[in-house]
Design a protein around this ligand. Structure first.
Ligand code: UTP
Length: 458
């Protein structure tokens, strides 16, 4: 294999000489991209032993700005923030960012997750929900909004093809910026990197934490700067209920000079599978549901409410400058998270038991690197319908129910009588928010929608 002597030595020194037995240009490229110096430490800390999750002794629930203001000051701040957010949108300072590089294993859908037909009536795909909402947001605020879509090396081509086949989902050609996150080699329990074929390592996406560095490497950050974009509205590809831009959230982030902000939702129970917003050593941090000790998860305030009430739906506003500073050196050392997986390899194409480890970094770990942060309470029914599984909790079914419920609520708010059992879907190209909903209902002269009706409105 065509490798420099220095690279060969580095690979041998890292205990991975088994990889040199193969001969392939693609493999050579993959090997050249690995950080060999740090790999042995990574393997020792995360693969050969299970990393200890250290919960600091002084862990506290994170403060947040509430959904319903409690004081006159909070009310005034909220109004000011909303106005500022609208101003930021009108002056083109906001871009959208969707992370779509995941493998969607739980959904069991082979194509990129964003191409899943989630629309309850229309079968509109996840990507189309976002594209159409972004188009409406541009129209509403009268300023361009670019859409950054992060894919993985595995689904980039299929994702771009999908956009091409559907006329860029109605967006301008230069409005969508695809970029690819990094990969990490999967590692067997013996500490050896696994090969998926004689000419490839077993590679997997490096987690949504890979977004930050990929933004720099792809030139996306540079382009944002040229466009005058200051704020990134970040959301996940499997949540079609999310407002693609949220003026209150953007404005509150700007008003508080926050570097990275997060939406929090009140958890439905102590063990709901959402990351917990905590403050440790004065820093905002998300502790995964599986890592928060039960006695903390279940601890209550004097009024009986959960102390650790704040769950993360992975919705953020991130300042462009913060990402620039974080990635200035061309590297970003977020912690790794270990996932034990069944990883097909040339020695065992169909493992029946987990045989190795995939390492991922998570974007929320950047919160504790920010000097200023903000947590804003969101309304679950208006912003969080994750599509993780085909049925049951956080599923296609529950997501569709929530989309319908949101649209029914919007029509009722516009004064229309909607009977329970109506299956409706409002066109996101026409309706971004409640005000749009009222306008559309009036234009269409809607007065009542009966139970059993199934229709797209727009
Ligand atoms: P999940 O953690 O739900 O992972 O991703 P997933 O791959 O979509 O689904 P499972 O766990 O295999 O069933 C949350 C969000 O982060 C993105 C996903 O596309 C989704 O929007 N993501 C995840 C990435 O962009 N890259 C990754 O490496 C991992």
């Amino acid at each position: 294999m065509n490798l420099s002597p220095a690279l060969r030595t580095a690979i041998e020194k890292a205990g991975q000489a088994h990889l040199l037995a193969y001969d392939s240009p693609q493999l050579a490229d993959q090997l050249a991209a690995i950080d060999w110096e740090n790999l042995p430490r990574l393997i020792a800390d995360y693969v050969l032993k299970k990393p200890d999750v250290q919960i600091p002794a002084d862990v506290q629930p994170a403060p947040y700005f509430p959904l319903v203001p409690r004081t006159a000051e909070e009310k005034a701040e909220k109004e000011k923030a909303e106005a500022l957010g609208i101003e930021m949108l009108k002056s083109g300072k906001v871009a959208c960012l969707t992370v779509a590089g995941g493998q969607g294993t739980r959904l069991g859908f082979d194509a990129p997750k964003g191409t899943y037909p989630i629309g309850p009536v229309s079968g509109r795909t996840l990507f189309e929900y976002f594209a159409q909402s972004i188009a409406r947001a541009e129209e509403k605020y009268g300023a361009p909004i670019r859409w950054y879509v992060m894919t993985s090396a595995l689904n980039r081509q299929a994702t771009e093809e999908f956009f091409r086949e559907r006329n860029n989902l109605g967006l301008r050609e230069d409005q969508v910026f695809f970029f690819t996150q990094g990969t990490m080699p999967a590692i067997g329990y013996d500490g050896k990197i696994l090969m998926s074929s004689p000419d490839s390592l077993a590679l997997s996406p490096d987690g949504h934490g890979g977004t930050l560095l990929a933004l720099r490497k792809s030139g996306a950050l540079e382009q944002m700067k040229q466009d005058g974009v200051e704020y990134i509205s970040y959301f996940q590809v499997d949540n079609p209920l999310v407002p693609v831009v949220n003026p209150l959230f953007i404005g509150m982030h700007a008003l508080r000079n926050s570097e990275m902000s997060a939406i929090m939702l009140a958890k439905t129970n102590a063990f709901e599978k959402l990351g917990n917003f905590c403050v440790c050593n004065g820093r905002l941090q998300i502790i995964e549901y599986s890592d928060l000790p039960a006695e903390l998860a279940e601890s209550t305030n004097p009024d009986g409410t959960l102390r650790f009430i704040s769950g993360s739906p992975a919705i953020h506003v991130i300042s462009r400058e913060f990402v620039e500073q974080l990635t200035l050196s061309g590297r970003l050392d977020l912690p790794w998270h270990r996932a034990d997986k069944k990883i097909p390899s040339i020695t065992d194409p169909k493992p029946e038991q987990p045989n190795g480890v995939k390492l991922e970094s998570f974007i929320f770990d950047a919160l504790s690197l920010a000097r200023t942060t903000l947590v804003l309470e969101g309304d679950r029914a208006e912003m969080f319908a994750p599509t993780k599984n085909p049925t049951g909790v956080d599923s296609v079914e529950s997501c569709r129910e929530m989309l319908i419920a949101r649209d029914i609520r919007r029509l009722r708010a516009a004064g229309i009588t909607v009977e329970d059992g109506a299956k409706i879907e409002i066109d996101p190209r026409k309706v971004l928010d409640d005000a749009d909903g009222c306008k559309l209902a009036a234009e269409l002269g809607l007065t009542a929608i009966r139970s059993g009706i199934e229709m797209v409105i727009g």
